[in-house]
Structures are given as C-alpha cells and as structure tokens.
Design a protein around this ligand. Sequence first.
Ligand SMILES: [Zn+2]
Length: 162
Amino acid sequence: MKKNNAGTEEVIDIFLSEEKFPIAFKAKVDELIGQGWEEAEAREWIPKVTFQMELYYSVDQGLFMVEAETVESIAIFNPYSGDELEECEDSIIEQADSNYYCCPKCGSTDVHIKAWVGLNTSKYIGTAEEERIWCPHCERHFEPVTVEEFKTDGPTEEEGEE
Ligand SMILES: [Zn+2]
C-alpha cells in the first residue's frame, strides 16, 4: 500500500469527547500532563481540537485511520498486515527528480531507451548498446542529461536524430 498523495487524502474530522471516547480521551489527557499541562487545562482543551484522520482501506482486511498530520512525518504501518506504507508518488518524484534523466531539448522525464528484455518473462535485462534516449514528445533521439543538468544548462541547441 502507498500513502495518499498530498491533496488526494480522504479525511474524517474527529473530536475526542470524554463521553464517547473515554479511553482515548484519558490517554490524551495523560500525554498532555506528561508534557507539563494542568489536568483541568487538558480536559478543557482536548474536546475543542479537530483530529483529522486519514482513511485507508486494506483490501480483504478492512478500513483503518491514521492522524493526517503524522502520515507525512513518520513511517505508517498497515495494522492488519504489519507492512509499512510506501511513500506516496509525489514524494518519490520529489526526492529522485534531480537525478532523473530527461530530454535535453524539452526537459521531459518521459523518455525511453532501448533495452534487452526476456522474451518469455518480460524481465528487464539491461540497456541495449544504443545509449541514446528517445523523446516521444520531440520525436528525436538525444544523449540523455539529468534534470539537474537540464536546469543548469538550459535546453540543448542540438536538433537530435530521427
Ligand atoms: Zn523532448
């Protein structure tokens, strides 16, 4: 399972009322007292706070919710399977972006390279001798550059090959 991308989270607001959720309420009170709050202050403050819960569905197992604020900052585990949720696509692209190869003319990272692939397994074996990339947007072959190089050097003057 993956974490939801920013902006696509499905969120439910929860208020911790002492009558409805006495166990969770008590745990939150104890947490705040541990942080130096007065008990009366904590009891007054907690019911006013909105907890934004992010909803996840683990197929064949069930729903679970995680505080939306924590999803971005810590590792989240599927409580049914114990598996860690993968980072959302947004943050993978953000992290890898500057090392990605792109078209030196238009900067697109949607570029292709010829490769050897197992005929029966479709398993990737390695790149073919041809090291040039194909940009489907420019419809030309180029020497690849990284996104970082593209940002520094700007688009190439080269026309590329068909
Ligand atoms: Zn291009």
